[in-house]
Design a protein around this ligand. Structure first.
Ligand SMILES: [Zn+2]
Length: 356
């Protein structure tokens, strides 16, 4: 059996265009995650972390900079072996796998994902997405509390507060995805309390607008122990609504709020937001496609506060390689010393309180 496996590996490695995926970590043996029973809870993080460390080390040994994606929403329909191969060939070590509840209250998709592939996914609580979160924010926040604590998730998902329709939603005619829940609403307080009490970080989607900055700062000050990832650094969809936000403002936020982190997801540099026709990715030089010096300097000065993200959802999986390429372009714009921290070390430290 071992000889056969070695032969297969040799064959796979010798075929052009095929990455030697199985050498980095084992591939899932089922096509869909729901073909296996979901993982027992609380999650066996000690065993999982051993796998994940080995995987990161294996990637490093091949000379690839491993990436940890801190924010993606995925579902049970994911092609497990196919996507595992893509992750391996793109040098994506781990994805924080946040399920999509789709009206079911809670999906448990992350439990299936980890059971079917205990090498590639960090189980993350379901995201605060419609319809569940929109219909009953406090109810969903309470469910989050129960499940996050009982199941032992190391990370909560992305909760949408102010959220304009995203480009892929506009393409699908979902302009109703214009969400607005105040960041100091009762449901928001429940989440900040939960994060503060447990130390488990959570993620917010909050569009950048002058009028929302004071309330964000108020919540960060009121809950200094709640660790918050403000998703999608510098993704500004309407410049006319902004006079404050920029690299200098983010620097001052970081210096005043030790509990604040950012994910770096961005679309391509020249990719207009369809409703405003503006380029939303403000950290890019839109002509050269490179990171602007002031943003590079900010990230370099505070690398432990910034993390890679692909912001995947089941509708945009075809864009995976492109999203990886864009995040690697951000890393390329950073000084050498900051790259490895932002690529995966900052995420590991935030989630597990230790350096890798
Ligand atoms: Zn988002």
């Amino acid at each position: 059996m071992r000889q056969l496996r070695a032969l297969l590996l040799l064959l796979a490695g010798s075929l052009p265009g095929l990455a030697p995926a199985a050498e980095i970590s084992p591939l899932p043996s089922v096509s869909h995650m729901t073909e296996v029973p979901m993982a027992a809870v609380p999650f066996d993080l000690a065993t999982l972390k051993r796998n994940w460390r080995a995987r990161i080390e294996a990637m490093r040994a091949t000379g690839v900079m491993p990436l940890i994606d801190i924010e993606s929403n995925l579902g049970e329909e994911l092609d497990m072996p196919g996507f595992a191969r893509q992750m391996d060939s793109e040098g994506v070590a781990l994805i924080a796998f946040s399920g999509v509840p789709q009206g079911r209250g809670w999906s448990d998709a992350a439990r299936y994902a980890v059971a079917a592939d205990p090498w590639r996914y960090i189980p993350t609580g379901d995201g605060g997405l419609p319809p569940d979160w929109k219909r009953n924010p406090e109810g969903f926040a309470k469910t989050s509390r129960e499940r996050i604590v009982k199941d032992g998730y190391p990370l909560m998902g992305e909760y949408e507060f102010r959220h304009y329709p995203s480009p892929d939603q506009i393409q699908r005619g979902r302009t109703d995805r214009d969400e607005h829940l105040a960041l100091d609403s009762p449901a928001a307080h429940l989440l900040f309390q939960l994060a503060a009490e447990t130390g488990i970080p959570f993620q917010i989607h909050q569009e950048i607008e002058d009028q929302y900055l004071p309330v964000l700062e108020k919540m960060l000050s009121q809950y200094p122990k709640a660790r918050v990832i403000w998703c999608h650094l510098a993704q500004m969809r309407y410049q006319e609504r902004n006079t404050i936000y920029g690299a200098a403002y983010v620097r001052s936020l970081i210096e005043r709020h030790p509990n604040l982190y950012f994910d770096l997801f961005s679309g391509p540099p020249k990719n207009p937001y369809p409703l405003s026709n503006e380029y939303p990715g403000k950290y890019w030089n839109h002509e050269s496609g490179q990171l602007l010096p002031e943003w590079s300097q900010l990230i370099a000065d505070h690398p432990w506060r910034f993390m890679i993200a692909f912001d995947l959802n089941p509708f945009i999986m075809k864009g995976f390689a492109n999203k990886v390429r864009i995040q690697r372009a951000v890393l390329a714009g950073l000084p050498e010393a900051a790259r490895e921290i932002v690529a995966y070390k900052a995420a590991w430290k935030l989630l597990f309180g230790e350096e890798i």
